[in-house]
Write a protein that binds this ligand. Structure first.
Ligand code: 13P
Ligand code: SF4
Length: 345
C-alpha cells in the first residue's frame, strides 16, 4: 500500500510538471493530497484562499482537490486556465440544497433585498447573487452591508446565516440549507466532553448548529481554526469541523492534543465521524488519472461565468481592501462604484 502510494505520488509530481499544473487542495481532503499540494508549489487552504491562489497562480492548469463549487470558482476567476478535478461528482449538500430555479424565484419575490450567497453554491446561483462570501469573510461583509442599510437574502447555509445575523443584527432572510457534516455535531454531547476536558478550548466551524457554536472559544473558517490551534494558549482543543483539518493542526501544533467534537451519543459506534463524503472522493489514483487524461475538466457557460465573476470579485476586492493580503488583479476595480464603497467603515 505504502509502495503503491509512493509510486502514484511520484507519477503525480511528474505529471504536474509535464502539464505545468498546480494542485489546489482543501484541508478536508486526504493528508497525502494536502502534503503533495504543498510540496509541489500548490496550496492547501480554506475556500477563500483556494480561490485567490488559483486566480493568482501563473500555472496554465489548476487541479482542484476539493468539491465541485471550488473547481467552478477557480474556473470563474481564471476562465483561460484549464481546471481539472479528480471527480466532478464531488458535490456539497449546501450546493444541492439551493437549485438555481428556486433561488431565482426567491430573489424575484424579494426585489428590495440584495442576495448574499455562500461560496458553496453553483456558478448559476453565484451569477444571480449580488455578493459571494466564504466563512472567513462572511461576517465582515454582512456587517459592512448592514452598516450601509441593506436588507439581505442569505443562502444556503442556515446555521452560518443565523450566526452572522446574531453577530451583526442584520436584516436577513435565511435559506434552509445545511452541511451534512457540520449539522451532525451535538451540543449536548459537546457539553459532556467539555466537562471531561475542562481546560480544552473549543474550535468551531460556523456551519455547525447554534448549540455547538454557542460553546465555542473560536468560531471561524478552516484556516482561522488552524491558526487558533497554533496560537491559543491551551494544550487541549476540541475541534468541531471535518476531521481532515486535524492533519494540518497536528503539523502546526505538534505538542497539542486535538479531540474531534462528537457527532453522536454514547451508544453510537462512531462518536466523532465528521468527514465529508464528497471531499473523500478525492484520491491519488483519480488525481493522477485526471492529469494523465486532461479530464474531467470544469466547463462552464461563458455568460454565467462572467456574471458569477462580478459577485466573486466583490468578495475578493473586499478581502483585499480589508486585509491587504490579496494582490489586486487587473480587472478587480471593474465595479468602481462598489470598490469605492469597500474598505474600513
Ligand atoms: P472553509 O471556507 O472554511 O474552508 O469551508 C469550506 C467548507 O466547505 C466547509 O465545510
Ligand atoms: Fe459541503 Fe459540508 Fe462537505 Fe463542506 S463539509 S463541502 S459544506 S458538505
Amino acid at each position: 500500500m505504502i509502495e503503491q502510494q509512493r509510486t502514484l505520488t511520484e507519477r503525480i509530481r511528474a505529471l504536474l510538471e509535464r502539464e505545468q499544473a498546480v494542485l489546489v487542495a482543501h484541508y478536508y481532503v486526504a493528508a497525502e493530497l494536502q502534503d503533495l499540494a504543498e510540496q509541489t508549489g500548490g496550496c492547501v487552504a480554506d475556500s477563500l484562499e483556494m480561490a485567490r491562489f488559483g486566480r493568482d497562480s501563473p500555472a496554465c492548469t489548476l487541479v482542484v482537490a476539493g468539491v465541485r463549487f471550488m473547481g467552478e470558482t477557480a474556473k470563474i476567476l481564471s476562465p483561460h486556465k484549464r481546471v481539472l478535478m479528480p471527480d466532478l461528482a464531488a458535490t456539497c449538500s449546501l450546493d444541492l440544497s439551493c437549485p438555481q430555479e428556486a433561488f431565482n424565484a426567491w430573489c424575484d419575490a424579494h426585489p428590495e433585498r440584495i442576495a448574499v450567497v455562500y461560496a458553496n453554491t453553483s456558478a448559476a446561483v453565484k451569477a444571480r447573487a449580488d455578493w459571494v462570501v466564504t466563512s472567513s469573510i462572511g461576517l465582515d461583509i454582512v456587517a459592512h452591508l448592514h452598516a450601509r442599510g441593506e436588507k439581505m437574502l442569505w443562502a444556503p447555509d442556515r446555521h452560518l446565516g443565523r450566526y452572522i445575523q446574531s453577530k451583526t443584527g442584520a436584516d436577513m432572510l435565511l435559506w434552509k440549507g445545511a452541511c451534512v457534516v457540520h449539522d451532525e455535531f451535538k451540543g449536548i454531547e459537546l457539553k459532556l466532553l467539555r466537562a471531561e476536558h475542562p481546560d480544552a478550548k473549543v474550535l468551531v466551524h460556523p456551519e455547525s448548529p447554534a448549540s455547538v457554536v454557542d460553546q465555542a472559544d473560536v468560531v471561524g473558517s478552516t484556516t482561522q481554526l488552524i491558526q487558533a490551534a497554533q496560537t491559543l494558549d491551551a494544550r487541549e482543543m476540541i475541534v468541531a469541523t471535518d476531521i481532515g483539518v486535524l492533519h494540518k493542526m497536528h503539523t502546526v501544533a505538534p505538542n497539542k492534543h486535538f479531540i474531534a467534537a462528537p457527532t453522536a451519543g454514547q451508544s453510537a459506534t462512531c462518536k466523532s465521524c465528521a468527514h465529508c463524503p464528497w471531499m473523500a472522493m478525492n484520491g491519488l489514483s483519480n488525481l493522477a488519472a485526471a492529469l494523465e487524461n486532461g479530464a474531467p475538466e470544469i466547463q462552464l457557460d461563458a455568460g454565467i461565468a462572467e456574471q458569477a465573476r462580478i459577485s466573486l470579485d466583490r468578495m475578493l476586492d473586499f478581502a483585499a481592501a480589508r486585509g491587504k493580503t490579496v494582490r489586486a488583479s487587473g480587472d478587480l476595480a471593474r465595479d468602481r462604484t462598489l470598490f469605492a464603497n469597500v474598505g474600513p467603515a
